[in-house]
Design a protein around this ligand. Structure first.
Ligand code: NAD
Length: 478
């Protein structure tokens, strides 16, 4: 018996959760349910996190969390509980299988069976945002080596366990050479440890286009958080409906299982929603807790039910479907099929599907880190970069010279183009000349001089080299 935490959520949540639990219990799932309240009611009662302190304790004690979708109220102040849960509990891996059920569910892509492994904690979802000037706001994109190693290794181990042939990596490292560059570099390093699995990298834009057009050429795809968020919804939708896909959020200690879709408030309380997405999440949960036989039984009954043409409204199509049913009736049909297998669709076998046991991340020895310059960001309302350069040169110190000014990343001094549009946010790069060095005291001197010269410095970024390799990007056009 495994104790699990269950949250029935908002909108269609309670209906699809009731259906899901009914099916897995009828199949013999050995679970004991601890129910907690999260979401809209909790938010509107004044708790901006959407969850009470005691509920965290329940989730942390039980470690396994089956969660229906929740509604995040519109407007400022409410934090997404999904993002908070993933980060608080260290659920670094988000696994989203997306498979066509042709010819039983209408799709433009009859041959499609991909699994998106999305990094779940980092990237722009760090949510570190600042307004810097009147005209410019920023969001920090944080990518870490442990984050990359854990997710990439998870993707390869998953592929190995599931007998999948290829792992593809999507990034935009032609532009983001440091952040996406690290993700790609770690992918190449770890791929070498799995010579039996094919590996490849695609730039995300063309990769996404290919995935939407010819998904049959992909197998497992691993990617940073934001790309994975967007692409997994697309992948699920093109199999036939977002209502069909489930997601596993896996951490070293805790895990959360859910549907990929939201609470669809317009469909709530009408017994029409498709419970399949949450059911897929629950099947991944059963595999994760070692109840693989039950998971297999439920999945085969679900496939058989879809094959029988018993469909909820979202996938119902005249000529393909046989019977349009509501949430409860769909659950009853799946229960009646427990023990049956599909005859056209491939029955599943989950004998090897338990939780993956990955090695813990080991920190590498520190590199030789050397300060080689500083970027001083300045709020300035002028338009001519030469004027700014003359002003900023006055804060040069001890052989540390202004070498470049950029505006939104593009070099505007020296030798800028008059056509380049400039905002009020300028990056002034200072580097020591050949015979000098730079120290943190020099940076303090530079900043102190900005006060004297009436330069509005809004932040600095230190430029480092790591083992002699530059740890910062060049200006665009430099
Ligand atoms: P949504 O996924 O809830 O619904 C979009 C549309 O998809 C629905 O109107 C419906 O037509 C269809 N749909 C979704 N699930 C379905 C199902 N099971 N059966 C049949 N049709 C289904 O997206 P939304 O309307 O943008 O978001 C609604 C709320 O859900 C928002 O408050 C959002 O913040 C929240 N949300 C929660 C989660 C989560 O809890 N994991 C995820 C996404 C969105």
């Amino acid at each position: 018996m495994t104790k699990i935490t269950v949250a029935k959520g908002d909108g269609i949540g309670p209906e699809i959760m009731d259906a899901t639990l009914k099916i897995i219990l009828a199949a013999g799932a050995k679970i004991e349910i601890d129910e907690i309240e999260v979401g809209e009611k909790v938010y509107l009662a004044g708790n901006t996190a959407g969850i009470a302190k005691e509920s965290w304790e329940t989730i942390r004690n039980n470690k396994i969390f089956l969660k229906a979708p929740i509604t995040t109220p519109q407007g400022g102040g409410y934090k997404s509980l999904n993002v908070t849960t993933r980060k608080f509990l260290g659920l670094y891996s988000n696994v989203r299988p997306c498979m066509s059920l042709h010819p039983f569910v209408s799709t433009k892509h009859p041959i499609m069976d991909i699994v998106i492994v999305r990094e779940n904690e980092e990237d722009l979802y760090a949510g570190i945002e600042h307004q810097q000037t009147d005209e410019v706001v920023q969001c920090l994109k944080l990518i870490s080596r442990p984050g990359c190693e854990k997710i990439v290794r998870y993707a390869f181990e998953y592929a190995k366990q599931q007998n999948r042939k290829k792992v593809t990596c999507f990034t935009k490292d032609n532009i983001m050479k440091q952040t996406d560059g690290l993700f790609h570099q770690v992918f190449d390093e770890i791929a070498k440890e799995y010579p039996e699995i094919e590996n490849e990298h695609w730039i995300i834009d063309i990769g996404a286009a290919k995935m939407a057009d010819t998904p049959e050429i992909f197998d497992v795809i691993v990617m940073p958080n934001l790309y994975g968020d967007v692409l997994s919804d697309i992948a699920a939708q093109i199999t036939g409906s977002v209502g069909l896909a489930g997601s596993a959020n896996i951490g070293e200690e805790c895990s959360m299982f859910e549907a990929i879709h939201g609470s669809a408030p317009r469909r709530a309380g009408q017994n029409v929603a498709n419970p399949s997405g949450l059911l897929q999440g629950a099947i991944m949960m059963l595999n994760h807790i070692g109840q693989t036989e039950t998971a297999e039984k439920v999945q085969n009954a679900w496939l058989k039910t879809l094959e029988d043409g018993i469909h909820t409204y979202d996938i119902f199509k005249d000529g393909i479907s046989k019977q349009k049913v509501g949430t409860k009736e769909f659950a009853t049909a799946v229960i009646a099929n427990l023990g049956n297998k599909p005859s056209v669709l491939k029955p599943v076998s989950y004998a090897n599907n338990s939780a993956l046991n990955l090695p813990k991340y080991k920190r590498k020895p520190a590199a030789k880190k050397e300060l080689v310059g500083v970027d001083v960001f300045v709020h300035w309302n002028g338009t001519n970069p030469n004027e700014l350069a003359d002003k900023v040169k006055k804060i040069e110190t001890n052989g540390i010279k202004l070498t470049m000014i950029t505006n939104r990343g593009i070099k505007v001094w020296p030798d800028g183009f008059k056509e380049t549009f400039c905002t009020d946010h300028w990056r002034c790069r200072f580097k020591p000349t050949e015979n000098s060095l730079i120290s943190k005291s020099n940076i303090i001197e530079i900043l102190t001089s900005t006060l004297k010269e009436n330069i509005d410095a809004i932040k600095t970024e230190n430029l480092y080299s790591f083992d002699g390799k530059a740890g910062y990007s060049l200006g665009q056009g430099q």
